[in-house]
Structures are given as structure tokens and as C-alpha cells.
Ligand binder design. Structure first.
Ligand SMILES: [Zn+2]
Length: 173
């Protein structure tokens, strides 16, 4: 706002107020079984569509393509490949914890073997030569698990040539 008499600009401030915004929502049966299986068995389940056979990880109740209700859960691997990734250099508040995660850190959408969709999570690496689309990763679980998505500590980069003839097009030759 300009002061008409002097022409100088008055500095104004906006404060955020309390930003505490607690929330809760139902995971549904499929989501609950997904997280419970990670918690209890360190394994992944996906929801398989009875119409098009796509396997969703994380599971959802309705297929995004053919809109059929999904009720079947099938096991998928704890290994997969990166389908999109980023190395985060600019800190911001992590919605999972409410605090800023130290930067830099790696994050990716990961398609687990046996799944058709990708799960977003953190990586164990910020190596720009290795964090790439097509890189192979494996889930690392927390020792103490509570039934939350962060029971997966992160995904660790593994030898991208381990799986011959993989869907990412890499081979051992
Ligand atoms: Zn479908």
C-alpha cells in the first residue's frame, strides 16, 4: 500500500496462523489389507481388475479404465522399476510427518513387478547417474511398523541388470 503523502511503500505482512490440519479417512478393505500385509509380512498386495486384469498398487476399489469394482488382492514383488523420479533439492514440509525432510533426497514412482500402476515413495539415493527411469529398486522396511505407508523406509537402488528380459527393456547382454 502506498503512502500518498510521501510516496513510500508501507511494508505489509501476512501470517500463516495455525497450520495444524489433522485429518483422517477410511482406507477401505483393500487399502487396510495392503498396509496390514506390509506391516505384518513385509509383502505387497495389489488389487486386480476383473475386467481388464490390471493390477493396482496401491490398491483402489474401482478400476480407472473400465470402472469395475475390484475385490481381489494378488501378491506382487517388493522389487520393481522407476517409472518417474526426481531428486528434491528445495525443502518443504513433508505431509507424512509435518516437518521438512532434509534435502537433498530422491523420490520416485515405482512400478513393482506384477503391478501395472506406480507407487510414489522415497529412494535411498541422490546419485544423478543412478536415479533414472528404468532403474531397479527394492523396498526396505522399517523394523517397527505401524500400518502406515512409511512402514516402507524407502526403496533402495539395486543392480538394474539383475532381471534379464525385464519390462524396462534392459538385458544382461
Ligand atoms: Zn479394469
Amino acid at each position: 500500500m502506498a503512502d500518498r503523502k510521501t510516496g513510500q511503500t508501507e511494508l505489509l505482512y501476512v501470517t500463516s496462523g495455525d497450520m495444524y490440519q489433522p485429518y483422517s479417512y477410511s482406507l477401505g478393505r483393500l487399502g487396510a489389507e495392503f498396509l496390514n500385509t506390509i506391516k505384518e509380512e513385509k509383502r505387497f498386495l495389489g488389487a486386480r481388475c476383473p475386467g481388464c486384469n490390471r493390477v493396482y498398487v496401491p490398491p483402489r476399489s474401482v478400476c480407472g479404465r473400465c470402472h469395475m469394482k475390484m475385490e481381489e488382492l494378488v501378491p506382487v514383488s517388493d522389487e520393481g522399476e522407476i517409472v518417474a523420479c526426481a531428486i528434491i533439492e528445495f525443502g518443504f514440509v513433508d505431509p507424512n510427518t509435518g516437518i521438512a525432510r532434509p534435502v537433498p533426497y530422491g523420490t520416485a514412482f515405482i512400478r513393482l513387478d506384477g503391478a501395472d500402476t506406480a507407487l510414489p515413495h522415497f529412494l535411498d539415493s541422490v546419485d544423478r547417474e543412478k536415479v533414472k527411469v528404468g532403474a531397479r529398486v527394492k523396498a526396505v522396511f522399517e523394523e517397527t511398523r505401524t500400518g502406515k505407508i512409511m512402514d516402507i523406509k524407502h526403496f533402495a537402488l539395486i543392480d538394474q541388470y539383475r532381471r534379464p528380459g525385464g519390462s524396462n527393456g534392459f538385458s544382461v547382454e
